[in-house]
Design a protein around this ligand. Structure first.
Ligand SMILES: [Zn+2]
Length: 289
């Protein structure tokens, strides 16, 4: 279950009140959460960087006590923008299943996003990038996408968390750093210092443990329900009913566990565009106000 701590609520409020220039001066409490240049980004420049300067990837300043900040959605003031995010799940123990032919990737979904020209954020596990290095490199080299960190092993950072085994407080930081190391090893270029907790499960202990990683935790306000779904229409309907200006939607890029996501996306995208929405990456949602 997702645990929204008071700190997370504060962090979300900080986002509402801060942004890039203009508007009234935020109060001190909000200024403390002001968007700051990323320090952990390793690939903020893309192939077109020579022609068009790429702005730094924004992050949220740590909350009280240095805890990792949590971003849940953009502000309504950002207008009709929405961020679709795709979790590329694979646990450390699923290697044998992949070896037997089970597909944890979803190339058709990535191609659909390219064809539909939907900028989006992929939260990749290190284990997934190891299993599919060519795809990880291609996604991470495409300016359409940015790659966030979804842990190395897809274990739980707070318990209980569905049926995920706990990573353990002492290994949380190492697990996240291991995923970033895999991204670098396989050549994922457009990484962002964003972390999505497996299952969305976290508490203050986890936020404290990850502070040295200097990431912003990214949750969501719209659950697509695509995990283990069999009905693309139902997934699309749930997303379309939930999206508001500034929404952040969680979906999956793992065919074995989310087989209808591509089909759902093909319905969601034209409908939201017809309603006047524009698709953005999490970084743009965090930057916008
Ligand atoms: Zn996941």
């Amino acid at each position: 279950m997702r645990k929204l701590t008071p700190l997370a609520a504060l962090a979300a409020l900080g986002v509402v009140l801060t942004g890039c220039g203009g508007g009234p001066t935020p109060p001190d409490s909000a200024r403390a959460s002001a968007v700051a240049p990323a320090t952990g980004a390793t690939g903020v420049t893309g192939p077109s960087a020579g022609a068009t300067p790429t702005p730094p990837v924004p992050t949220l300043a740590p909350g009280p006590g240095g805890l990792t900040a949590v971003f849940e959605r953009g502000t309504a003031a950002a207008g009709k923008v929405v961020a679709l995010t795709f979790d590329a799940d694979m646990t450390a123990g699923q290697g044998p299943r992949a070896a037997r032919g089970e597909r944890f990737d979803n190339p058709g979904l990535i191609e659909a996003l390219r064809t539909l020209k939907v900028p989006s954020t992929v939260f990749m596990t290190g284990r997934w990038a190891e299993e599919y290095p060519d795809q990880a490199r291609a996604i991470g080299g495409d300016p359409l996408f940015e790659v966030g960190n979804h842990s190395y092993s897809h274990y739980a950072f707070a318990s209980p968390c569905y049926s995920l085994p706990p990573v353990g407080e002492g290994r949380m930081l190492q697990d996240v750093q291991r995923a970033f190391a895999v991204f670098e090893k396989v050549g994922v270029r457009h990484t962002a210092p964003y972390f999505r907790f497996p299952g969305g499960c976290y508490d203050d202990t986890a936020l404290r443990a990850l502070a040295p990683a200097k990431v912003t935790a990214v949750q969501w306000d719209v659950v697509s329900g695509d995990a283990f779904a069999a009905d693309a229409d139902a997934v699309a309907a749930q997303v379309l009913a939930g999206v508001r200006p500034g929404s952040l939607v969680v979906l999956h890029c793992t065919r074995s566990a989310a087989p209808v996501t591509e089909e759902a996306v093909r319905r969601i995208v034209p409908e939201l565009r017809a309603r006047g929405y524009r698709f953005v990456k999490v970084s743009e949602l965090m930057r916008a106000r």
